[in-house]
Write a protein that binds this ligand. Structure first.
Ligand SMILES: O=C(O)CCC(=O)C(=O)O
Length: 291
């Protein structure tokens, strides 16, 4: 695949940050079940698989051409070509030097971009792809509404961990809502560069208390890590996961990029709750729990 941006060797004069989490927090021996044949090959049994295990992996949701176009759209926004687009967050360790970097170094200092769908038609084409939204409609048995778009791009060497969490701990929606996250790999996501990790079936076990530690997260010692399942993906591969599924991703320790799009959908009929109601479920205040 042609990548629109240049090589990955730009930030190596910086001191590479140490890993800030327990060594065994991510396990690397089990790989998620996956299907191939694109969105049109998803069967009713695959939809049932999602409900039972909390995830579905489609190895080849998007074609190499669709991935290349999406990457061009992402790089266009990262390079500041749309003056209305400001939603860029840098890796904390690299942020200070960003004004002295050349465009390629600057791209490889970005941790996150968000709200990109409304600023870039090439990224909207992924979020609104009829094959993808068709699978979501079947999972939700309702019209899927995109309500959050974010890309954690995990730059080479500096891309930090996203600790284990449940997405519904972040959203003011009832815990019974079938929120579905979709993660679309634009580069190859591997064990080494920080692919997604999930705990299959954990969505059925209910909400977990979250703590403010390295992030808003499940306590490291509360994660059933023996069930950790990795989701390596080739470019164009997609992970669909339930809003209560435990998931996270380790740091990118390689010189390779790990760019991906992340999209969250809720059913049209979903009702909002207050932040207080959400914190009553996921927060630790007033509960006999520790981390
Ligand atoms: O892209 C990643 O590495 C993790 C994304 C994620 O789990 C999240 O932001 O909810």
């Amino acid at each position: 695949m042609n990548q629109p941006s240049s090589t990955n060797t730009q930030n190596t004069d910086q001191v590479i940050p140490p890993i800030m989490y327990p060594e065994n927090l991510y396990q690397f021996d089990t790989v998620a079940y996956s299907i191939s044949g694109g969105f049109s090959s998803v069967t009713d049994a695959d939809i049932s698989y999602f409900h039972q295990h909390g995830y579905l992996v489609i190895e080849d949701g998007f074609s190499p051409k669709e991935v290349k176009t999406a990457l061009e759209g992402m790089v266009y926004l990262m390079d500041g070509n749309n003056p209305d687009f400001k939603a860029i967050q840098f890796e904390p360790k690299l942020a200070k030097a960003k004004d002295e970097m050349n465009p390629s170094q600057r791209r490889d200092a970005i941790r996150k971009i968000f709200n990109y769908v409304s600023h870039e038609p090439r990224l909207n084409a992924i979020a609104d792809h009829p094959g993808l939204t068709g699978v979501l409609q079947r999972i939700m048995d309702d019209t899927p509404i995109l309500f959050q778009d974010m890309a954690l791009v995990k730059p080479p060497h500096f891309g930090s961990e996203k600790p284990w969490h449940q997405d519904l701990a972040y959203f003011n929606l009832q815990k019974s809502t079938t929120v579905v996250g979709v993660w679309v790999a634009l580069d190859e996501a591997t064990a080494e560069n920080g692919c997604m990790h999930i705990i299959p079936g954990s969505h059925i076990e209910g909400p977990m208390i979250h703590f403010k530690r390295r992030d808003w997260q499940i306590c490291d010692t509360h994660v059933p890590i023996s069930r950790d399942t990795m989701v390596p993906l080739k470019p164009g591969g997609c992970l669909f996961w339930h809003g209560l599924l435990h998931h996270g991703s380790p740091a990118n320790q390689t010189s390779n990029r790990r760019r991906a799009l992340q999209l969250h959908y809720k059913p049209e009929s979903a009702e909002e709750i207050s932040t207080q109601d959400r914190m009553d479920v996921y927060g630790s205040d007033g509960k006999d729990v520790d981390c």
